[in-house]
Design a protein around this ligand. Structure first.
Ligand code: AMP
Length: 188
């Protein structure tokens, strides 16, 4: 089983690329942001709990995310591989993921980090706010999400570098060029 983590700041294009990679390799795409947004839209107890946190651009608790991922792994035990998009986002989540995979006789296969400069990220997130009306994609909230990324998520680069699992891919250019670079990094 191939367990790929697609890593990067908000606005790096993880979602778009994760869908394409999952389709090409026949892997299951897991976006924790999509899972949480669906809970919010459906008004489930979990959705009600996380709505405000998400709308402010803060991170949902590790405990909830780990419970979500445990059920994802239980439900999808026959897939050939996973493309994880938006998880892990903290060192604690990464450690818990290692443990969950270990229990299943699995491990993280590769981490692909999309590199995009801050000006480009801001531009993309503001555009997405206009086009898709994502509530967490506007002004101050965008800055919050980038702050959360720098504080909690960016340290994962070192975590996976130390495990020799990280490859960095330049994330500015056409969708197809970036996709090709990611695919090359997977098969190399
Ligand atoms: P995304 O679509 O990946 O940008 O996620 C949207 C929002 O969902 C984030 O800003 C967080 O509030 C929440 N979220 C998604 N994944 C995680 C995670 N792994 N840990 C904590 N919060 C998350």
């Amino acid at each position: 089983m191939f367990n790929l983590i697609l890593f990067g700041p908000p606005g790096a294009g993880k979602g778009t690329q994760a869908i394409k990679i999952a389709e090409k390799f026949g892997w299951k795409h897991i976006s924790t942001g999509d899972i949480l947004r669906a809970e919010v839209t459906q008004g489930t107890p979990l959705g009600t709990k996380v709505r405000a946190v998400m709308e402010e651009g803060h991170l949902v608790s590790d405990e909830l995310l780990i419970a979500i991922m445990e059920s994802v792994f239980i439900k999808n035990n026959t897939v050939k591989g996973f493309v994880l998009d938006g998880f892990p986002r903290t060192i604690n989540q990464a450690q818990e993921l290692d443990e969950m995979l270990h229990k299943l006789g699995q491990k993280v296969s590769l981490v692909l980090a999309l590199e995009v400069n801050e000006d480009e990220l801001l531009k993309r997130l503001l555009n997405r706010a206009r086009e898709q009306g994502r509530k967490d994609d506007d002004g101050e909230i965008i800055k919050n999400r980038l702050r959360q990324y720098h504080h909690h998520t960016k340290p994962l680069i070192e975590y996976y570098k130390n495990k020799k699992l990280l490859k960095e891919v330049y994330g500015v250019g056409t969708i197809d060029d970036i996709f090709n670079a990611l695919c090359k990094a997977i098969v190399d």
